[in-house]
Ligand binder design. Structure first.
Ligand code: AMP
Length: 118
């Protein structure tokens, strides 16, 4: 069973922010911003590649609710999902990073020069 399924099953503790029948949101154990929440579906889905539009429709509302709960909806925030090896995905259970609480950096994300690919 994957680590996020263990969190859903209460086999691993987590600091929960929001929960409903379909989704769970909890604090990232290694935060990259003052506010760093992970939102996951309770049903195991490996990545964004495999998620249905129906689940994403509900996930959109859930992420918006997290932003309200954390009081970052007006100050601004970032939503990221890493997919596969080049995307830097380490946990193979779909998750959305919700980052905020400070002005976030936006910089080169790889050692390659993007202009080499134009
Ligand atoms: P990714 O690199 O997109 O797969 O992100 C995985 C994220 O899961 C990382 O930001 C980790 O810090 C986070 N993470 C891993 N294990 C736990 C855990 N037990 N509780 C909370 N966050 C975790």
């Amino acid at each position: 069973m994957c680590i996020f399924c263990k969190i859903i099953n209460n086999e691993i503790p987590s600091n929960i922010v929001l929960e409903n029948d379909d989704f769970l949101a909890f604090h990232d154990i290694n935060p990259k911003a003052p506010i760093h929440i992970l939102a996951i579906p309770k049903k195991h889905v490996e990545s964004f590649n495999d998620v249905s539009p129906q689940t994403m429709e509900k996930m959109t509302s859930f992420i918006q609710d997290i932003a309200k709960e954390m009081n970052i909806q007006d100050s601004g925030y970032r939503v990221i999902t890493n997919i596969g090896e080049n995307g830097g995905q380490e946990v193979m259970h779909l998750h959305f990073h919700i980052l905020g609480g400070a002005k976030l950096a936006w910089t080169h994300l790889s050692d390659s020069n993007p202009k080499d690919f134009l």
